[in-house]
Structure formats: structure tokens, C-alpha cells
Design a protein around this ligand. Structure first.
Ligand code: HEM
Length: 166
């Protein structure tokens, strides 16, 4: 009788372990190894605007940027007749839009907005380079990583021909 019981119990235990527990454990391990949907989506779908830190980050960047621009003797002359409070607000809205944030920009397009500066004041590549350099150092000051800085500078550089009206 006892022998019959042992002969039944061991195969039964083997059946439970291999047939039920092992598949459950393996399924759990496989599930953990697979990245969840948010992890898969995040890098591709998060806008540059969000990656930088949203409105607060753009605000800080534009404020520091114009402080640098206005203390640069080579280019500050362009801003002498400009209301800098309004200009900073326009620049914040513009950058928010091009970085993939909410689109509330109602200012002029880049060609229209800088035409008079090209025609009357000779705005050219050398001035544009100064602006890019200030943007770069502003982002570095805020601790933005090199790869992200390069991405942002490429976006800024993509409007060069419009700004310089050519
Ligand atoms: C990445 C390049 C640039 C971007 C994204 C940019 C963006 C803008 C924006 C959004 C405006 C507002 C347009 C409006 O009035 O509706 C503006 C105006 C202006 N920009 Fe730029 N800009 C760039 C390059 C430059 C450069 C290189 C200079 C000169 C060194 C410059 C000088 C000005 C000035 C003086 C105004 C105001 C014009 C006025 O008061 O009539 N910008 N810019």
C-alpha cells in the first residue's frame, strides 16, 4: 500500500513542478524581460520641449540667452530699438513651437521678421554665428547634454537662410 502511494506521489510532484509551476515562473521571467509599452514609446514620442523640461526650461534659457546677446558688443546694436520683454516672449513661443511644445506663436515668420535687419543693418552670417554661440553657451550653462545641444543648434541653424533672407 505504502509502496503504491510513493509510486503515485513522486510522479504527481514531478507533474506539478514541471507542468504547472515551471511554465508560470518562465512566463513571469519573460514578462519582466520585455520592456513595457511606455518604455518603448518614451524616447521616440517625447518632444524635445518635454525632454528639456517644458515651459520653465524654455523661460530660463531665453532669459539667459538674451542677457548674453545684449552684452555682446558685436550684435547688441540690432536690438537697440527692440522691446526686449516682448521679444523674449516671442522667442519663447517660437522655440516652444519648433521644439514640439504647444504652438502659440503668433509672430512673424523668420524671413519677414529679420528682413529689415538684413536690408538696413547688414545682418549676415557673422552675426548669426554669434547668436548660435550664445545659444550653445546658454544651454551648456543650464546643464543640457552635448548631444541635445547639438540637436538644438542644428534646429536653430536650419532657419539661417530664412533669417538672412536668401
Ligand atoms: C536661430 C536664429 C534666430 C531665431 C530663431 C530668431 C527668432 C526671432 C523671432 C521669433 C523674432 C520675432 C519676430 C516678430 O517680431 O514677430 C525675432 C526678431 C528679431 N530678431 Fe531674431 N532670430 C534669430 C536670429 C537672429 C539674429 C542672428 C539676429 C541679430 C543678430 C536677430 C535679431 C532680431 C531682432 C533685432 C529682432 C526684433 C526685430 C524688431 O524689433 O523689429 N535674430 N527673431
Amino acid at each position: 500500500m505504502e509502496q503504491q502511494l510513493t509510486a503515485f506521489i513522486y510522479p504527481f510532484i514531478l507533474f506539478v513542478v514541471l507542468g504547472v509551476l515551471a511554465p508560470l515562473l518562465l512566463a513571469n521571467v519573460a514578462d519582466k524581460a520585455r520592456p513595457d509599452e511606455d518604455e518603448l514609446k518614451a524616447p521616440a514620442e517625447k518632444s524635445l520641449y518635454d525632454q528639456l523640461g517644458g515651459a520653465a526650461a524654455i523661460d530660463a534659457a531665453v532669459n539667459i540667452f538674451y542677457r548674453r546677446v545684449l552684452s555682446d558688443a558685436y550684435i547688441k546694436v540690432f536690438f537697440e530699438g527692440t522691446d526686449m520683454t516682448r521679444q523674449a516672449a516671442k522667442q519663447k513661443a517660437f522655440l516652444t513651437m519648433v521644439f514640439g511644445g504647444p504652438n502659440n506663436y503668433t509672430g512673424m515668420d523668420m524671413r519677414e521678421g529679420h528682413k529689415h535687419l538684413v536690408e538696413k543693418m547688414g545682418l549676415n552670417d557673422s552675426h548669426f554665428e554669434h547668436v548660435l554661440a550664445h545659444l550653445r553657451s546658454t544651454l551648456a550653462e543650464l546643464g543640457v547634454g552635448e548631444a541635445k545641444v547639438a540637436e538644438i543648434i542644428a534646429i536653430a541653424d536650419s532657419v539661417r537662410d530664412d533669417v538672412l533672407n536668401r
